[in-house]
Design a protein around this ligand. Structure first.
Ligand SMILES: [Zn+2]
Length: 104
C-alpha cells in the first residue's frame, strides 16, 4: 500500500490514538488473539512500545538521535516545527516498516 501521499500527522495520529497496527488494538478489535509484540517479549504491543521501546525499531529511532521517550514526545512535537517533522517522519518510518513486515 502506498501511503507516501498521506500527511505526516497520519502516523502520529495512530501513535496518539492507539488505533493502528499495534497488538493491543488488533486484539481489542478481534483481529488478533493476543496483544503481544511480534518482535520481542513484550506481552502488550502498544503505540508506546512500538514507538519508544521495542528493540526491533531501535535502528530507525537512531535516525533522529534515539533520545526520545513517551515522556518527552509530546513536549518535543509541540515545541518546535523541526521536532514535529522529525518525529512524524520517525512514526511514519516505523509504522510503514511494521506494516510491510507483517504483510509478508
Ligand atoms: Zn517489541
Amino acid at each position: 500500500m502506498v501511503r507516501s501521499s498521506q500527511p505526516l500527522n497520519f502516523y502520529l495520529t495512530q501513535i496518539l490514538s492507539g488505533h493502528g497496527n499495534f497488538g493491543s488494538y488488533l486484539c481489542k478489535i478481534g483481529k488478533r488473539e493476543v496483544a503481544e509484540c511480534r518482535y520481542c517479549a513484550e506481552p502488550n504491543d502498544t503505540p508506546e512500545h512500538t514507538m519508544f521501546a521495542c528493540p526491533r525499531w531501535e535502528e530507525v529511532r537512531m535516525t533522529i538521535g534515539g533520545n526520545i521517550s513517551a515522556d518527552t514526545f509530546l513536549k518535543s512535537v509541540t515545541e518546535r516545527r523541526e521536532n514535529f517533522e522529525a518525529i512524524s517522519k520517525l512514526a511514519q518510518n516505523i509504522l510503514e516498516a511494521k506494516y510491510s513486515e507483517e504483510q509478508g
